[in-house]
Design a protein around this ligand. Structure first.
Ligand SMILES: [Zn+2]
Length: 188
């Protein structure tokens, strides 16, 4: 049962917080976040003052995290992801930030679902100079995870709208083979 809803600003975006009473909870509250919506489940006995305090405790942390990710977003990568989104996915995908990162060891890209980093996409620096169709594949793969978080058949069917999946996978398999790695371990 939803008790109430409130909104907080995080830089240019607005986070919606929905508070729900959950009779399975005794003392501690739980929260989860998806697409700028935070669902806060609280024990039914919690007073409105306690709920407000909880919101005051939780939100600054989330807001800081969101703003940091936004600041780190790479404008060129953002543009590239948006172009793929428009061209192949009808512009229906939405993510929070996208950036190059140095510290990914084997994985070429990753996209978080849920939590304070929901929709933050990271692309490994090591693929920067790989062929454009491979970089586009990795970016398309990660933005598609916004619709399908896991690698089920639905995910692959949807990602296949990007026409060079097979070719890009072939390239990635070649790299994985030369490094003695499993190609699956390179994509998250
Ligand atoms: Zn994946």
């Amino acid at each position: 049962m939803a008790l109430f809803e409130t909104k907080v600003r995080a830089g240019r975006e607005t986070l919606t917080i929905t508070v729900e009473a959950d009779s399975r909870l005794r003392k501690t509250a739980r929260w989860l976040m998806r697409n700028n919506n935070i669902t806060l489940r609280v024990p039914p006995a919690m007073t409105p003052a306690q709920v407000n305090q909880l919101i005051e405790d939780i939100t600054p942390r989330i807001v800081r995290q969101r703003k940091r990710a936004r600041r780190q977003t790479d404008p060129n990568l953002m543009e590239r992801a948006e172009a793929l989104n428009q061209q192949y996915f009808g512009g229906e995908l939405a993510w929070h930030s996208i950036r190059w990162v140095k510290n990914m060891e084997h994985r070429l890209g990753s996209c978080t679902t849920g939590g304070t980093t929901d929709g933050d996409i990271r692309i490994s620096e090591r693929i920067r100079n790989w062929p454009a169709y491979v970089v586009d594949y990795v970016v398309a793969h990660e933005i598609c995870h916004r619709k399908y978080p896991h690698h089920g058949q639905e995910f692959w069917d949807y990602l296949a709208r990007y026409p060079q999946v097979e070719r890009a996978l072939g390239f990635i398999e070649g790299v994985a083979f030369s490094e003695g790695l499993n190609a699956d371990s390179m994509m998250d």
